[in-house]
Design a protein. Structure first.
Length: 463
């Protein structure tokens, strides 16, 4: 009978080479693994993170470092000796290096920049000089550009000489003598062109470029609409400054999505992994919105106090207050979530506000009618089994509840749909109009609608 020997996992292999304490063996093992697997090793063996990075070939170390979480990157930089830190930072692509440095305190950034060689230091300072959340912070200067009077053969020779240092060679950028972008040409065009053919003969002047001061979110939309792996970045004079690649844009999109989800949950964006953010900082992020929402709910108590006399005269009205305000809050939360998500992916713009309002009016009337009918039926049906609960005026009570639900749900859908658009128009983040915020806003107005309807239907009866 043969015995099947299970192959060792990467973790088990790593533990074995670490036990042997052989520097060359560790280096060979790490350099033979996929970068993603090394990143997983670092996640599972954080005490060896700096040793793992310092043992790898510098280009592989840089490739691994840039896909790690920010907290692990910080730990590694703190633990690496200055020489290894300098090697790693100089090897990192300029865009990834900038993304890392912009998350650090200014005094730390100043010390790390001193470790860069003059050329990389100049590039890094230039990128850090652009506004936060701008395309300039995302771009890399590692790209290939050629001039329009070159031949296809000269372009291919240029690619062979400098292509290894470029972020991507799928597209070659054509510039004039002033450095202005003229066109972008796919590398396949040069591969199939006769060697003597001029670059100008392969250009058509149709290209898509990002402005260095554009918002990073707008860059995400451009990538989605144009199916590109990289886009050139120019200034206001159309001077080619760098390129932005799809991996960086996807990273930004992921961060934006996380921030929006946190804001829609009624808290500030955390900016750090949940389990790693200090508890005091987490408290500060959450307490502000809780106070705002609490103060808003205090208005609900004030509104109920205003109708205290009506509640005393018709106690039955108090039974339906949670039903009314929760229905309005739920409908508003639904609408705000749908609109915020649609705005985030570019399905809705500010110009669509009237179309959105018309749709939400219809939706609110339909949804409110359904809930209103159910509410009315509940009151009437329940009174048949328990006549003493609502008394002889159960039809009026049911009508007040049903019409109130129609009005409150309609108000909720309109508030939830229009508030994100209004905030966007004012230059604020639509995600601030979170579900808890909309629900709190609708609670107060929902009570007013409810007691107004109750007064109209029950005047002369219970009121």
């Amino acid at each position: 009978m043969s015995i099947e020997i299970q192959p060792q996992t990467i973790q088990e292999q790593f533990e074995e080479v670490i036990r042997q304490d052989d520097r060359l063996l560790i280096q060979d093992f790490l350099n033979s693994q996929n970068i993603s697997d090394v990143a997983d090793l670092i996640a599972d063996n954080e005490e060896y993170a700096a040793q793992i990075i310092s043992s790898m070939a510098v280009h592989r170390a840089a490739g691994t470092f840039k896909i790690l979480d920010l907290s692990r990157q910080k730990t590694i930089i703190q633990d690496l000796p200055p020489l290894k830190t300098a090697e790693l930072l100089n090897e990192l692509p300029s865009d990834d290096r900038t993304a890392f440095l912009e998350e650090l305190p200014n005094e730390v950034v100043r010390e790390l920049i001193k470790l860069l060689n003059p050329e990389e230091r100049k590039i890094t300072l230039s990128l850090l000089g652009y506004p936060e959340e701008s395309v300039g912070r995302l771009m890399t200067t590692d790209y290939l550009s050629v001039e329009e009077d070159w031949t296809a053969q000269e372009v291919l020779d240029h690619i062979r000489q400098y292509g290894k240092d470029s972020e991507t060679i799928d597209v070659i950028y054509v510039i004039n003598q002033q450095g202005q972008l003229i066109d972008d040409v796919r590398i396949r065009e040069f591969l199939f062109a006769p060697p003597e053919k001029k670059v100008s003969e392969l250009t058509d002047g149709r290209y898509i470029a990002l402005n260095v001061h554009d918002d990073q979110e707008s860059a995400n939309q451009v990538f989605k609409m144009n199916n590109r792996v990289a886009l050139p970045v120019v200034d206001d004079q159309k001077i080619l400054l760098g390129i932005v690649t799809i991996d960086d844009v996807l990273w930004v999109a992921s961060e934006e999505f996380s921030e929006d989800m946190q804001k829609m949950g009624g808290t500030e964006a955390l900016d750090e992994p949940y389990l790693e953010i200090p508890i005091l900082k987490l408290f500060k992020k959450r307490v502000v919105w809780l106070i705002v929402l609490f103060l808003g709910e205090m208005l609900t108590a004030t509104a109920m106090g205003h109708y205290e006399e009506e509640i005393q005269r018709a106690v039955v009205l108090a039974l339906f207050i949670p039903l009314i305000i929760s229905s309005g809050g739920n409908s508003g939360s639904q609408a705000s979530t749908l609109i915020i998500q649609a705005m985030a992916v570019g399905e809705i713009t500010l110009a669509d506000w009237w179309r959105v309002m018309r749709r939400e009016i219809i939706s609110g009337l339909l949804l409110g009618s359904v809930l209103g009918i159910i509410g009315f039926a509940r009151v009437v049906g329940w009174s048949q089994f328990f006549p003493d609960i609502y008394g002889t005026h159960y039809l009026a009570v049911g009508a007040a509840v049903g019409v109130s639900l129609l009005g409150v749900v309609l108000l909720g859908t309109l508030t939830g749909s229009m508030l994100p658009i209004l905030l966007k128009r004012l230059g604020a983040d639509p995600a601030v109009s979170s579900a808890p915020f909309v629900a709190t806003l609708v609670d107060v107005t929902g009570l007013i609608i409810y007691f107004t309807c109750a007064y109209l239907f029950l005047q002369g009866a219970l009121l």
